[in-house]
Design a protein. Structure first.
Length: 489
C-alpha cells in the first residue's frame, strides 16, 4: 500500500497495531474467564461436598443413581449427588434401534436427530398431545427413521406418570414399536434436598426449587440421549412445529458445516431453551455444567455462559424460527406465561386468531388434496385443509378429548390466493355425545363467527363434538384455513 503522506501511513500503522492488541486482549480475557469458571466450579463442588460429579464420564449406559455419603455443611446447601443414567432401566415404552457406525469416528449411532421433550403436570390443562401430533404429522415415514423423540416424564407423581405413559402407548403404539418414540422416567430418586437450596436473583423459594429441578431434569435427559443420534435438540411439551421442520434443521446444519463455521449451539427458536441444538458429543459436557450450577442460574442462562466458554460469542439462529411456544399455563404453580416467538408469528401465521384450541380429533371423509390434512386449520401453523369437491352429506367433525364449555367458534374458508375455494352451502351443528346433534346456523362464504355465550341462551353447558355438514354438492374444492374454538378453562 502506498501513502502519499508519511503521517497518514504512521496513523494507519497505529490503528493496525491497536486492533491487534485489542484482539489479543479479548483472547486473553476468554482464557482467564474459562480458568475462573473452572477454578470456581471446583471450589463449588468442594464447598458443597459434591466431591466428583462424574468419574471418567464413561460412554456406556451402565449405571444407577447413587447418593454420596457426605458430611452435612453448617450452611443449608444442597446435598451432593452423583447422577448416572441406565437407559434400559429408565425406558418405559419404546426400544433402541440397532446401532450403526459413523465412518468418521466409529461411534455408535441410530439416527440423525434426537428430540428431547420434558413433560410435567400442568394445572387443569395439557399441551403434550398437540405437541406430539405436530412433530409426528409434519414428518414423513422416511424422516422418522432418522428421528428419535425422547419424552421424559419429569413429574414426581408416579400415578400421573403411569397413566400418561399408558395413554400415549395406546395412541402411538406403532411409533413406540419402530423406535421413533421413547418414554422414559428416572427409576430411583435423583433429586437433592430442595429445602436446603439458597435463593438467587431474589426469586421466591418455590421458583428456585422449580428451576433447580428443571436443570437436573435437563441433565438427566442429556445423559439418557447421549449416543442415540448425531445431534440433539431441546423442545418443550407446549410447542407447535412448522412444516418441513426436520428438513430445514438438516439443511441449516449442512450449511453451517460446509461454511466451516465453528459452533457449539444452533438456535431454532428465540425463546429460552426451546429449539437449542447441540452435537451429540457435547451432551455430557452440557449435563455436567447444568449440574455444577443447578442452584445458581436458570438453564437457559447456563447454556449462554457455556456457549461463551466454548468460544461461540454470537447466537447462530435459523430464521424464521421452526417452533412456536403455545403454552400459557406453566408447571410452576400460579405461573402464566404469554411467550411467543414474534418473528415466527408475523412471518408464518395468516390466521386471524392464534388460538390454543382444546385437544381434539378431526374426522372427515372429504378427499384430502396432497398434505393439506384435516388437522391443519385446527393447529397453530398457517397450514390449511384442502378438500376435493365436497358432496352433500359430507361432514367435517371436531371431537374433543373431553367435554368442553365452548363459548365461541370461528371458521375461515378460502385463501387470498384461492378465494373461490369455500363452502358453498352448509350447516354448523354441535352435540354433547356426538350422536344427538343440535343445529346452530347455516354457514357459507368466507367466514363464520358464532358467539355462543350471547346468541344462544339454551346452549348446552358442555360439548363433545362440533361438525360442519355440507348441504349441497359442489364442484369447486373447499379450503378451511382456520378453526378457532374458544372455551372457558
Amino acid at each position: 500500500m502506498r501513502c502519499s503522506k508519511r503521517n497518514y501511513c504512521y496513523s494507519y500503522g497505529q490503528k493496525v497495531i491497536k486492533g491487534a492488541v485489542i484482539l489479543l486482549m479479548l483472547q486473553i480475557t476468554v482464557i482467564f474467564t474459562y480458568m475462573h469458571l473452572t477454578v470456581n466450579s471446583t471450589k463449588v463442588f468442594q464447598d458443597r461436598n459434591y466431591n466428583k460429579l462424574y468419574q471418567n464420564m464413561l460412554l456406556s449406559n451402565a449405571t444407577k443413581i447413587e447418593r454420596l455419603d457426605t458430611a452435612n455443611r453448617q450452611s443449608d446447601t444442597a446435598v451432593g449427588f452423583q447422577l448416572k443414567v441406565n437407559r434400559d432401566d429408565a425406558l418405559i415404552y419404546g426400544h433402541f434401534r440397532k446401532t450403526k457406525i459413523w465412518k468418521r469416528n466409529r461411534k455408535p449411532k441410530s439416527g440423525f436427530l434426537t428430540i428431547g421433550i420434558p413433560t410435567m403436570q400442568r394445572p387443569g390443562i395439557s399441551y403434550l398431545e398437540n405437541t406430539l401430533e405436530s412433530l409426528i404429522m409434519l414428518t414423513s415415514e422416511q424422516e422418522r427413521l432418522e428421528i428419535v423423540i425422547a419424552l421424559y416424564m419429569a413429574d414426581e407423581n408416579q400415578t400421573w406418570v403411569e397413566y400418561t405413559a399408558n395413554d400415549l402407548k395406546k395412541k402411538y403404539q406403532k411409533h413406540f414399536d419402530s423406535g421413533f418414540l421413547h418414554i422414559f422416567h428416572y427409576h430411583e430418586q435423583i433429586y437433592p434436598d430442595f429445602n436446603s437450596l439458597y435463593r438467587t436473583f431474589n426469586d421466591a423459594t418455590e421458583r428456585v426449587i422449580w428451576r433447580s429441578k428443571q436443570n437436573i431434569d435437563y441433565a438427566y435427559m442429556f445423559m439418557y440421549s447421549h449416543n442415540i443420534s448425531e445431534y440433539y435438540i431441546q423442545l418443550e411439551d407446549d410447542i407447535q412445529a412448522i412444516p418441513n421442520y426436520f428438513y430445514k434443521i438438516k439443511s441449516f446444519i449442512s450449511t453451517m458445516n460446509k461454511k466451516r463455521i465453528k459452533w457449539f449451539c444452533l438456535d431454532f427458536c428465540n425463546l429460552g431453551f426451546v429449539g437449542k441444538l447441540v452435537r451429540n458429543d457435547e451432551l455430557l459436557v452440557l449435563a455436567k455444567f447444568l449440574l455444577m450450577f443447578f442452584n445458581d442460574q436458570p438453564g437457559d442462562n447456563l447454556l449462554g455462559y457455556l456457549k461463551h466458554v466454548k468460544t461461540q460469542f454470537k447466537d447462530i439462529r435459523h430464521k424464521p424460527s421452526l417452533f412456536q411456544h403455545v403454552g400459557v399455563v406453566s408447571s410452576l404453580r400460579g405461573k402464566r406465561q404469554f411467550l411467543q416467538d414474534g418473528t415466527l408469528k408475523k412471518k408464518s401465521s395468516k390466521k386471524r386468531f392464534y388460538n390454543d384450541n382444546p385437544p381434539a380429533d378431526i374426522e372427515t371423509k372429504i378427499e384430502t388434496f396432497e398434505k393439506h390434512f384435516p388437522k391443519n386449520p385446527y393447529g397453530l401453523t398457517d397450514e390449511y385443509f384442502w378438500g376435493i369437491s365436497p358432496k352433500q352429506g359430507d361432514v367435517f367433525t371436531i371431537k374433543f378429548h373431553k367435554p368442553e364449555q365452548v363459548t365461541g367458534i370461528y371458521i375461515k374458508f378460502g385463501l387470498p390466493e384461492q378465494p373461490d375455494d369455500i363452502l358453498s352451502e352448509g350447516k354448523l351443528k354441535v352435540s354433547q355425545n356426538c350422536e344427538n346433534w343440535k343445529y346452530i346456523k347455516s354457514i357459507h362464504g368466507h367466514q363464520s363467527v358464532i358467539n355462543l355465550d350471547r346468541s344462544y341462551s339454551n346452549w348446552p353447558s358442555k360439548l363433545q363434538c362440533v361438525t360442519i355438514e355440507v348441504t349441497r354438492t359442489q364442484a369447486i374444492w373447499m379450503i378451511i384455513q382456520e378453526i378457532s374454538i374458544f372455551t372457558k378453562r
